[in-house]
Ligand binder design. Structure first.
Ligand SMILES: [Zn+2]
Ligand SMILES: [Zn+2]
Length: 394
């Protein structure tokens, strides 16, 4: 290594301005070649460091993080270098061509990307691809690699629709603050179904879009997925699970129900705000549980719907769609809302019930708008008390 350093010192002491053109060009070519060879040797050691996992000594979780923090290399670059270093271990033809000085590192990057696309296929095609790299410009090599990938993919599509389908998966897990992270791969048919359903919901929504809807497209898709699942749960002929139709379950104290604070919890994601819980309770089946202590149920009552099905039907026939001014989302998107919450003594009677779509129901419960009865007619008000005109009275 010290020889290398003294060779570099020798180069540094040369005064370039005095050298003839041909000499400079020759020097450059040799340095270019030496730099590539040095890079290969650097990567070979990086792969060895990765294999020995010496980076763990300082608590680094990967060779890339060690490289990034020790040598102040950008994260993306560090990851790519480790990836190339490891890939080269497995690419004998490529290494040989590199040693012979027939490949540039740029070409190697293209070959590594091709290998990442399909390792098995790459093994069979490595020498042909390396030959292409020897003769083609970078641009042409990229085209050759793209064609190769297409051909491989076509072959795969023919022999293995099943292999593609086998990769389908869906993960949904509760994360920080009760948020649920969803990620996965859907097979083409299921994916198409999802996209069709999402765009149908988004379409229906955009027809009655309110001006102050400032959700991002991603937020709209998230809401749409919720709507699809809710409507499925609301269907009459759902299969029952454990003797009950599947439903969203919220457990809350009487205090929380009355709006006096207190805890509320959803079955899967844990604690929720009491206003969310009160909104869910607006149109739910309830079951009273009397507790003897913090964890000892004394008496469990029968599950009864807050709004009997006959009354629900009457409200749906009367309102037909969301009653928020200007909104015409159909009743399948709506829940009957208690203008005075039943937990505060509001009667479950047609004149205290109003059909609201999920979004407007949330807005009312979050008190972004106020809803009162005035001579038996619902009146929606903004924060400043001004009345929202109902452009389409039922
Ligand atoms: Zn409500
Ligand atoms: Zn609405």
């Amino acid at each position: 290594m010290s020889e290398l350093r003294s060779a570099i010192e020798g180069l540094r002491s040369e005064v370039l301005a005095e050298l003839p053109d041909a000499w400079i060009e020759e020097d450059f070519a040799e340095l270019q070649r030496a730099a590539e060879l040095l890079e290969v040797e650097r990567l070979r050691r990086l792969a060895e460091i990765d294999r020995r996992a010496t980076f763990q000594r300082d608590g680094h979780l990967s060779a890339a993080s060690w490289l990034a923090s020790t040598f102040k290399v950008a994260w993306g670059t560090a990851r790519e270098q480790v990836r190339i270093a490891k890939a080269l271990e497995d690419m004998p033809e490529t290494r040989r061509a590199l040693d012979e000085g027939d490949l540039s590192m740029s070409a190697v990057r293209v070959l590594v990307a091709a290998r990442d696309a399909d390792r098995d296929a790459f093994q069979g095609s490595e020498s042909a691809l390396v030959d292409a790299a020897r003769i083609h410009s970078m641009q042409d090599l990229q085209r050759v690699a793209a064609y190769w990938r297409q051909a491989v993919e076509r072959e795969h599509a023919l022999d293995s629709d099943d292999k593609v389908r086998a990769q389908r998966r869906l993960h949904a897990s509760v994360t920080f603050l009760g948020m649920v992270r969803v990620d996965g791969h859907l097979d083409p048919e299921t994916g198409e179904t999802l996209l069709t359903a999402l765009s149908a919901v988004l379409d229906a929504e955009s027809r009655s879009r309110d001006e102050d809807d400032n959700r991002t497209p991603a937020q709209r898709r998230a809401d749409a997925l919720g709507e699809i699942c809710r409507q499925w749960l609301d269907l009459a002929d759902r299969p029952s699970v454990g003797g009950e139709k599947p439903h969203v379950t919220v457990t809350m104290s009487v205090d929380a129900l009355r709006g006096d604070g207190g805890a509320a919890e959803l079955d899967h994601v844990g604690p929720v705000g009491s206003e969310t819980a009160r909104r869910l309770a607006c149109d739910a089946s309830i079951r009273r549980v009397v507790m003897a202590g913090p964890s000892e149920p004394l008496d469990v009552g029968r599950q009864t719907p807050v709004i009997p099905s006959g009354m629900r039907r009457a409200v749906i026939i009367r309102d037909r769609h969301c009653r928020f001014p200007g909104c015409d989302r159909p009743h399948t998107w709506c829940n009957p809302h208690h203008i005075v919450h039943w937990a505060q003594g509001g009667p479950t009677a047609a004149q205290n019930l109003l059909l609201l779509c999920r979004r407007h129901h949330t807005m009312i419960h979050e008190r972004r708008f106020r809803l009162d009865l005035l001579d038996g007619r619902p009146v929606f008000r903004r924060h400043d008390g001004s009345v929202l005109e109902d452009r389409a009275p039922p």
